[in-house]
Design a binder for this molecule. Structure first.
Ligand code: CUV
Length: 635
């Protein structure tokens, strides 16, 4: 196929090398899948019982019901609920690990000192726990008890993590719809039950259950994970580094961390520094750690570790021939990495009991033995360096300077230089007066169906030009980082005049000596909770429902079930949420209509599907302008 695979010059370069080296990549496998199944694409295929598989004829000429009588509407709604529940499950499992880590840390059973006592106090106070006179460990255990209380809640009360953190007006809406989660495991189990053979056949009821899964994800997944991780490892503050594969270094041991969880990668970053003399002993200048996907975002935000690349180019990182080890934890890891590593000298290292890949080396990660595992991994990388074949090495010389680390606390810190008493006031004032037309959060993945990064970058250019402030997470953040939109030059180049003036003023006041970047990197996918916190704080500050704010969200190139669950949470927050790739729902007119229009009446938010970047930006701006108008703000 002749279509362009990526706009990232490093990826373009390495795709050529992959061909030369005889490496099959995600794009080659995508081509081999063509044409993709039309029934699956429309969501009208059901495999929930083994009388099937059943499929509905979208043209109305073949069967219009499954064997049990399920219509296209039921099949599509059930499939969507399962996908969103799966996305939520991934984040809740991640969060649960983080709660366990905080518990063991507070009990002194593992070597993870609590890094951020201030955040601990803030989380405790949000949950109504008095921290007066309490040692951090004791306070942490109280916080952990509330988290476990939510995880194991067998009463019909709402989860505390929801009631403590959601905007007040939203809680009323969710309560009236009966969708406030009680216990994440119970809700996810219920979704599996609700969608098995012979259960719910009401598409509206199924979609409400889907919205509930969005809240499970938002609070028991994203928010809980971020809170625990900030307490353990520190709340991000601005850091300056670089993004793209040019951060790999020919004369260093290159170790890539890939996946989602910082529990191990934080240790690896630490041990890479400590064991640097061992790297020198084998002729390298040190150990260069770089990140892929959200583990990359985690160690970027807190440790300033450079970003290697995002989801779609994970294989290409190995094709540089310069990666000595790639260590993976959970989620978004292509099984193909093992095959590709075997063509180079790269040690692919899996670490989690639920992620093993034949051909990879498995170094089991346990919190109690985290330091040992991290040392073993760093030493494996150093060992592999000696086997590197210089003839196979090609590191594309592309990297962009980035400023990252914009937690809500960091944003408030920068704004606080303008108004120490009410740090949100400068942002709110500039939104109210229209210097900032609105805020769009761009999140989520790359998807092989879209030229890598093009949707993120082109859509955001249009938004910035129109004075919309952009905040980003996940692989969207990687894309915008690589494209040079996360530094001060990016502000001069891409921001509209009034937005530019605001970013200059904040940058000046915060002592940066340069404008704030036009796109603020807020972290990993679980850190979408930070965006939720910002929205909640703005809504509370202005005294309006989050659904009324001139704020929108977009997953321009979503691929993962997690992107659907995060998006569903955003919709439940009342936010218009754009998707640049069509999810498998078009086989049901009713479900499509409810998701894109009908839901708005009950929940305030909606999905907005548009597959052209510029049109998507203009659509989001139009949506924002309508919200401004409804609030009586200047246009
Ligand atoms: Ni969690 S979920 S491809 S790494 S953002 Fe990247 Fe982010 Fe999607 Fe995966």
């Amino acid at each position: 196929m002749l279509n362009v695979r990526s706009i990232d010059p490093a990826a373009q370069d390495l795709i050529k090398k992959a061909h030369k080296d005889g490496i099959e990549t995600v794009w080659d496998r995508y081509d081999k899948q063509q044409p993709q199944c039309g029934f699956g694409s429309l969501g009208v295929c059901c495999r929930h019982c083994i009388q099937g598989p059943c499929r509905i004829d979208p043209f109305g000429q073949g069967p219009d019901k499954g064997i049990c009588g399920a219509t296209a509407d039921v099949i599509v709604a059930r499939n969507l609920l399962r996908q969103v529940a799966a996305g939520a499950a991934a984040h809740v499992d991640h969060a649960y690990d983080a709660v366990e880590a905080l518990e063991l840390a507070a009990q002194g059973k593992i070597d993870y000192p609590i890094a951020d006592a201030g955040k601990l106090k803030a989380v405790a106070s949000g949950l109504g726990i008095d921290s007066e006179g309490k040692e951090p460990d004791a306070l942490a255990l109280e916080v952990v008890r509330v988290a476990y209380g939510d995880m194991g809640n067998h009463h019909n009360r709402p989860m505390k993590w929801v009631s403590a953190h959601a905007p007040k007006q939203r809680l009323e809406v969710w309560e009236s719809l009966g969708i406030i989660p009680r216990n994440p495991d119970r809700e996810i189990r219920e979704a599996m039950h609700q969608t098995t053979m012979g259960m719910d056949a009401d598409p509206v009821n199924l979609l409400l259950a889907t919205a509930k899964q969005g809240l499970v994800d938002g609070y028991a997944g994203l928010k809980l994970a971020t809170d625990m991780q900030d307490i353990l490892f520190g709340t991000p503050a601005p850091v300056v580094t670089e993004a793209n594969l040019g951060v790999l270094k020919e004369d260093y041991v290159n170790l890539i961390v890939h996946g989602h969880v910082p529990l191990l990668s934080e240790k690896i970053v630490q041990w890479a520094k400590t064991l640097s003399p061992e790297a020198e002993a084998v002729g390298a200048k040190g150990v260069q750690v770089a990140g892929i996907c959200c583990t990359g975002n985690e160690v970027l935000m807190r440790q300033g570790v450079p970003l290697a690349t995002n989801y779609l180019a994970q294989e290409l990182a190995i094709v540089t021939g310069a990666v000595d080890a790639m260590v993976v934890d959970v989620q978004c890891i292509m099984p193909s990495l093992s095959q590709i590593s075997s063509c180079y000298h790269t040690e692919l290292i899996t670490t989690m009991p639920i992620v093993k890949i034949p051909g990879a080396t498995h170094v089991p990660f346990a919190l109690e033995k985290a330091d040992e595992a991290a040392q073993e991994i760093v030493r494996k990388a150093i060992g592999a360096y000696a086997r590197r074949d210089p003839n196979k090495v090609h590191i594309p010389d592309y990297r962009a300077k980035i400023i990252a680390g914009f937690s809500v606390e960091a944003i408030a810190g920068a704004l606080g230089k303008l108004d120490p008493v009410q740090p949100l006031k400068p942002l709110a004032d500039n939104i109210v007066n229209g210097n900032i037309v609105g805020v769009v959060a761009t999140v989520g993945c790359n998807n092989v169906k879209v030229t890598q990064d093009i949707f993120h970058v082109e859509m955001v250019k249009e938004l910035l030009k129109n004075n919309v402030l952009v905040v980003a997470t996940g692989c969207s953040a990687h894309a915008l980082a690589k494209a040079g939109m996360m530094n001060s030059e990016g502000t001069e180049r891409y921001a509209g005049n009034t937005l530019k003036a605001v970013l200059r003023a904040i940058g000046e006041a915060a002592g940066l000596g340069a404008p704030l970047p036009p796109v603020l990197h807020m972290g990993s996918c679980v850190d979408n909770s930070r965006i939720g916190d910002l929205v909640t704080a703005l809504a509370n500050y202005l005294g309006v429902d989050s659904a009324a704010l001139p704020v929108a969200a977009s997953a321009p190139e979503p691929q993962h079930e997690k992107a659907l669950s995060i998006g569903t949470w955003a919709v439940a927050m009342g936010i218009t949420t754009h998707l640049g790739v069509i999810p498998p729902v078009l086989g049901s007119k009713q479900v499509t209509e409810l998701l894109t229009v009908g839901l708005t009446e009950v929940i305030g938010g909606k999905f907005y599907v548009e597959t052209e970047p510029q049109k998507a930006a203009l659509g989001l701006i139009e949506d924002i302008r309508k919200k401004r108008q409804a609030l009586g703000l200047d246009q």
